[in-house]
Design a protein around this ligand. Structure first.
Ligand code: SAH
Length: 368
C-alpha cells in the first residue's frame, strides 16, 4: 500500500480514484500525504499566516439548514444583530491591530433594509481602512445585483460554502423548498467570480450519508470551478437541529478531524497557491486542531473579534470554541497558536489569494 501511496504522491494531479485512496490512508501512510502537502506549502506559500478578524455580526437567518444551530426554526437561540457602531468598532480594532483584513459573517437575510445596511457599512469601513485592507463578506446567497453593489462599495472577497457537491446529499441536509436550491448555491459561486470577488468556498466533512466518493467529488469540484480560497471543516452535530437524530450514523469525531486534515492536504497539493483557512470547527474537536491544519496546509487564521457577549448565540454547532473569550483574548491566543505551528503572523498584510492574483495576471501589481 505504501508504494501505491508514494506513486500517487509522485504526481501533482490526482484522479478521483487517487483521491479516494489518499482519503482512505492509515496513519503512517497519511504522514506521507502530509509531508508532501507541507513541501508544496513551503515552496508556494512559505510560512506566513494571514489574519482575518471574524465579525459574526448577526444570527438572524431565513434559512433552515438541517445541520446548523442558527437555523430559522431553532427557537432556543437568542437572535441578535450588532449595531452599526459595534461593527465599525470591531473593524477599527482589526485595522488598528494590523490584522490586514476582516470577515463579516451572518445568517442569510435578503431584506432591502439588510442589503442597504451592508452597503452603508462597507463604505464606512473602507473610509477607515483605505484600499489596502481585505474585506470579506459571508452573508449567504444574494442576487447578482447585490453582489455587484457590495463589490462596488468595498467588499473584495466572498465566502460561500457549497456544503456538498452532491445534489442528493445536499437535498438530504436541507429543506426541500425554494430557499434551499442546490443549483442556485452553485450558480452563486460562478456569479461571485464573474463579479470580480476572490471567491472562497468549501464543504463539511463527515455529514450523515457522506462517503469518500462524495468527498473526492467535492475536492475535484473545487478544482474545476477554480476557487481562490477554501474553508473546510468537520461537520459537528448540534442538539437542536434535525440532523442530530442521525448522530449514531456518523464517523467518530477524531476520524472526521483526520479526514478533514487529509482533504486540506490534498487541496494544497492540487491547488497549490490558494488560501486555505484553518477552520474553527477543527479546534472544537482537537485543542490543537488549527495548529495542525497550519502545519500541513492552511495559511489563513480567523481570530474571532465579535464582542464577547454575542458569541454564545452564534453556535453553529455544539462545543464551538472561543465563546467565553474577548477579541483581545483571541488575539494573544492567535499569535501563540501560529507560533506553535511554526508559522509567521503576517501582520499588516492584506493576504490576497495568490491563486486569484495569478488568475487575474496581477502578480507583482498588488501588495501580497
Ligand atoms: N449564512 C452564511 C454563513 C453561514 S455559517 C452562508 O450561508 O454562507 C458558515 C458555515 O458554517 C456554513 O457554510 C456551514 O458550512 C458551517 N456550519 C453550519 N453548521 C455546521 C455544523 N453543524 N457543523 C460544522 N459546520 C457547520
Amino acid at each position: 500500500m505504501n508504494t501505491s501511496i508514494k506513486n500517487i504522491l509522485h504526481n501533482n494531479d490526482f484522479s478521483k480514484d487517487d483521491i479516494i485512496e489518499l482519503l482512505y490512508t492509515n496513519q503512517s501512510e497519511a504522514k506521507l500525504l502530509y509531508q508532501k502537502a507541507k513541501e508544496v506549502k513551503s515552496c508556494q506559500i512559505g510560512d506566513k499566516v494571514y489574519l482575518r478578524g471574524l465579525i459574526e455580526f448577526s444570527n438572524l437567518c431565513v434559512k433552515d439548514c438541517l445541520y446548523c444551530g442558527i437555523r430559522k426554526s431553532n427557537k432556543n437561540v437568542q437572535r441578535y444583530s450588532l449595531s452599526d457602531r459595534e461593527i465599525i468598532q470591531a473593524a477599527q480594532f482589526a485595522f488598528d491591530e494590523n490584522y490586514g483584513s476582516i470577515v463579516l459573517q451572518s445568517g442569510e437575510v435578503k431584506s432591502r433594509v439588510f442589503l442597504n445596511r451592508i452597503d452603508r457599512l462597507l463604505k464606512q469601513i473602507r473610509k477607515i481602512t483605505g484600499d489596502n485592507f481585505g474585506i470579506t463578506l459571508s452573508c449567504g446567497e444574494q442576487d447578482e445585483s447585490t453582489y455587484s453593489r457590495w463589490f462596488e462599495s468595498g467588499a473584495n472577497r466572498y465566502l460561500l460554502r457549497f456544503e456538498t457537491s452532491n445534489k442528493e446529499l445536499y437535498n438530504n441536509v436541507h429543506p426541500n423548498d425554494s430557499l434551499h436550491i442546490f443549483e442556485k448555491r452553485i450558480e452563486s459561486l460562478r456569479v461571485l467570480k464573474k463579479t470580480g470577488y476572490q471567491v472562497g468556498t468549501g464543504f463539511m466533512v463527515g455529514l450523515p450519508g457522506q462517503n469518500l466518493s462524495h468527498i473526492a467529488d467535492d475536492i475535484l469540484f473545487m478544482k474545476d470551478i477554480d476557487i481562490d480560497m477554501c474553508g473546510i471543516g468537520p461537520y459537528i452535530e448540534h442538539k437542536e437541529t434535525p440532523l442530530f437524530d442521525q448522530r449514531n450514523t456518523l464517523m467518530p469525531l477524531n476520524a472526521r478531524f483526520e479526514l478533514t486534515l487529509k482533504v486540506l492536504a490534498i487541496l494544497r497539493i492540487i491547488m497549490k497557491d490558494i488560501n486555505i483557512a484553518a477552520s474553527t470547527a477543527l479546534q472544537s474537536i482537537d485543542k490543537l486542531g488549527r495548529e495542525k491544519a497550519i502545519r500541513v496546509a492552511a495559511n489563513v487564521f480567523m481570530p474571532n473579534i465579535t464582542p464577547q457577549s454575542y458569541r454564545k448565540n452564534y453556535n453553529l454547532y455544539d462545543n464551538k470554541p472561543c465563546i467565553a473569550e474577548s477579541p483581545v483574548d483571541c488575539q494573544s491566543c492567535t499569535i501563540a497558536r501560529i507560533n506553535l505551528a511554526n508559522g509567521k503572523v503576517a501582520f499588516g498584510e492584506v493576504g490576497n489569494s495568490k491563486h486569484y492574483l495569478n488568475r487575474k495576471n496581477l502578480i507583482g501589481e498588488m501588495n501580497l
